[in-house]
Design a binder for this molecule. Sequence first.
Ligand SMILES: *Cc1c(COP(=O)(O)O)cnc(C)c1O
Ligand code: SF4
Length: 358
Amino acid sequence: MHHAQVETLRAPARKRASLSQTGHGWQQAMREAVTDIGTLCDLLELSDAQRDALIGIRTGFPLRVPRSYIARMRRGDVDDPLLRQVLPIAAENEPVPGFSIDAVGDHASALGDGVLHKYHGRALLVTTGACAVHCRYCFRRHFDYANQHAGARQGEAALAHIAADKSINEVILSGGDPLSLSNNRLDALGHALDAIEHVTRIRIHTRTAVVLPERIDADLIAWVRERRQQCVIVIHANHAQELDDTVAQRLLELRAAGATLLNQAVLLKNVNDDVDTLIQLSERLFALGVMPYYLHLLDRVAGSAHFEVDEARARILIGRVAGRLPGYLVPRLARENAGDAAKQVLGYDAGPSAADTR
Ligand SMILES: *Cc1c(COP(=O)(O)O)cnc(C)c1O
Ligand code: SF4
């Protein structure tokens, strides 16, 4: 992206391998993610009564949570806002009208070669099925990754599609989570995109950067630094408590490598649906060099209804946040409507208490 640096930054892969301080640490951490509820209860020092209420719940979307994310949760507290995002609960199995399996229409817009081309000028490349964490509110919890990801074989077709369409100047790597890909796979993808002249931006949407900061290793930093394109990394943090010192350090390194960092959060009931929590999130993000971008209303996917904050309340909440923060720290409240070419950005609502204080 900086022309003067291009010569020196095209370091061969073998040179970068020796720069890695973390080796395959992140893949190890990924494999060691907790998938067993008993282990999670042990690590959180839950009481027998708390355990009994959690063990034995089957939801069809397995538990998965990295240990470093568990380390950021409060011990003995089943209401912890981080725990709530990953803990399977019985309410997920209750059918709720309006909550369906394909809430955002992704199945309809899939082109079948790993490209989901939903936005003008931007191509969304679904790069992998794997996630470091399973978020209970995930709109992709029912997504058929097995047949949609641009894996080793399908990648070629996806790239050919992008190369053939000059209107695409931004490639969005999404998933799953693109940072579940190995550095070798990312390298191959990066070089292929470098060769497509009309692609001037690469955007990565990742929750892994937050839940498994080990992933931001020396090779990934080098990958960002090497790109001909501008790199935008959209992290997915929902709560300031997620952004501990390790995450802070790795984000700093990404910024130093030239990445622009943005955050996309989901508004989640009993996780971040109050003014102070949203303000703390924006403040913490900015302190780490990350601009708040979107605050999403929940996609109405089956199994996530217990997280929903209705639109009227969301507008009031964001209005109050806007009343207390500079404009650049207020994320855009947005919703995704099936079949639409772009997100719908929602306005603020003063709400009843603003009238009281006049
Ligand atoms: C909204 C969204 C996009 C694209 O929309 P922008 O308005 O360009 O940000 C891409 N990927 C994900 C995961 C999104 O949520
Ligand atoms: S990381 Fe993203 S795609 Fe993966 S489960 Fe969480 S919300 Fe869903």
